[in-house]
Ligand binder design. Structure first.
Ligand code: NDP
Length: 448
């Protein structure tokens, strides 16, 4: 319950109109928790029904995806695109292919993306999409046929100035290539309609690295400002072994931190002396195989199959970089008990709302994904710029821009948190600073 009647009504309406969508409701609650003083200070928000509009997607597209597997059997999946908010730019957000995908998860991700994209300072709105297709164990041919069938419908709803998808869980360079190729064939048009492309055909240098590197740049700035500290010499945990986790691992190592534990969907492993970074990186590309490969090579390291147990590992900083709902309140308690002083999210909403409240109460620094993992979408937007200008920046140029963007994101969050008298509450600062730009644009554009 909030003190504000207005916020209570918004939350009630969201719960009533989105039954059985717990992930989406969680994301709205996490956002509304920061809004009490904002709606009180600016009466234009309620007078113009800004929040009523902000929590309802502008458009949700759902479609059938039929494809043929290697045995000639017809398979059917569901595809989605949630176009949530276009007040400050074309919809932008990744595509997720995973068997867990449903509308609740995609709406939560698209909702998070609105604030995240606004914080980058770049002109991009919020969207997300994907399918319950499970790429694990599928051949290249099966993945290509699925991607082509998916794009055969999606192409009607996207465009370089309308909606620009990218990758996410289960969608990497291979999938982006197949999706882009089929869009080009259908539209007879070579344009920057999807990001995360290979550099040979319009992709940006440093896009694969951007989210993981960006998380470490954000954490470094936060440590510098709030603790006069750095990552050097810190013991850290990174969950996951995918695109975000592996480049976070690489950058953490370069910045002098020791990564003591990692995981994938099959399990976690821990070595207090520091894991073998080179080996972990080499195996990070094999989906579902990283954990198995590591414990086969190092059978004596502590390990297990329950992913929550990774949060029992003693560390200074935890970087959840796998998926949503990784850290519950018990995990947060274990982290705190074992000396962790900061949680920095690489994934989207890996920490549940109760755990976030606990971390704040206990003085554990918390960096929300919507701020800390914004480097991926920021470089995606730089890819859109390069495509539009028909030129290509070097790796160093993009990395330099990324470092500046991540610093700026931190300072926007910190300044807003300070203005609202809670300088260390970066999650609140992120929500306020990201929302402000979007609602000013909504006010300027009128009722559309
Ligand atoms: P990937 O598919 O490359 O990697 C995901 C990793 O998480 C894999 O190691 C996977 O294990 C593991 N994983 C997936 N589901 C589970 C689960 N239920 N339990 C435990 N582990 C799991 O995805 P990304 O690295 O791209 O994305 C990771 C997170 O970061 C997501 O929340 C995504 O939304 C977010 N994100 C990604 C961005 C990007 O640029 N890619 C940008 C911003 C946010 P396995 O190896 O066994 O498959």
């Amino acid at each position: 319950m909030y003190n504000s009647e207005y916020l209570n009504k918004i939350l009630e309406d969201v719960k009533r109109s989105n039954p059985n969508q717990p992930e989406f409701i969680n994301a709205v609650v996490e956002f509304l928790d920061s809004m009490e003083e904002v709606v009180e200070k600016d009466p234009r928000i309620e007078a113009n029904a800004i929040l009523e509009r902000f929590v309802v997607p502008e458009r949700v597209i759902s479609f059938r995806v039929c494809w043929v597997d290697d045995n000639g059997k017809i398979r059917v999946n569901t595809g989605y695109r949630v176009q949530f908010n276009s007040a400050i730019g074309p919809y932008k957000g990744g595509l997720r292919f995973d068997k867990s995908v449903n509308l609740s998860i995609l709406k939560f991700l698209a909702f998070e993306q609105i604030v995240k994209n606004s914080l980058t300072g770049l002109p991009i709105g919020g969207g997300k999409g994907g399918s319950d297709f499970d790429p694990i164990g599928k051949s290249d041919g099966e993945v290509m046929r699925f991607c082509q069938s998916f794009m055969a419908e999606l192409y009607r709803h996207i465009g370089p100035n309308l909606d620009v998808p990218a990758g996410d869980i289960g969608v990497g360079g291979r999938e982006v290539g197949y999706l882009f190729g089929f869009y080009k064939k259908l539209k007879n048009d070579f344009s920057g309609v999807i990001t995360g492309k290979g550099v040979e055909y319009g992709g940006s240098y440093a896009r694969p690295e951007a989210t993981g590197y960006g998380v470490m740049y954000f954490a470094s700035e936060m440590l510098k400002v709030l603790r006069n500290d750095s990552l050097k010499g810190k013991k850290i945990i990174i969950s996951g072994s995918g695109k975000v986790a592996s480049f976070a691992l690489e950058k953490a190592n370069t910045l002098g931190a020791t990564v003591v534990a990692m995981s994938d969907r099959n399990g976690w492993y821990y070595d207090p002396k520091g894991i073998d970074v080179e080996f972990a990186l080499k195996n990070a590309k094999a989906k579902g195989e990283t954990y198995k490969a590591y414990i086969e090579k190092y059978p004596n390291v502590a390990h297990g199959e329950n992913n929550h147990d990774i949060w029992n590992v003693p560390c200074d900083i935890a970087f959840p970089c796998a998926t949503q709902k990784e850290i519950n309140v018990n995990d947060a308690m274990n982290l705190k008990k074992n000396g962790c002083f900061m949680v920095c999210e690489g994934a989207n909403m890996p920490t549940d709302v109760e755990a976030i409240h606990y971390l704040h109460k206990e003085g554990v620094l918390f960096a929300p994904g919507k701020a800390a993992n914004g480097g991926g979408v920021a470089v995606s937007c730089l890819e859109m710029s390069q495509d539009a200008m028909h030129l290509s920046w070097t790796f160093e140029e993009v990395d330099e821009k990324l470092q500046k963007i991540m610093k700026d994101i931190f300072h926007k969050c910190y300044d807003a948190a300070t203005l609202y008298n809670e300088p260390t509450n970066i999650a609140k600062g992120a929500n306020i600073a990201g929302f402000k730009k979007v609602y000013e644009a909504m006010l300027a554009e009128g009722l559309v």
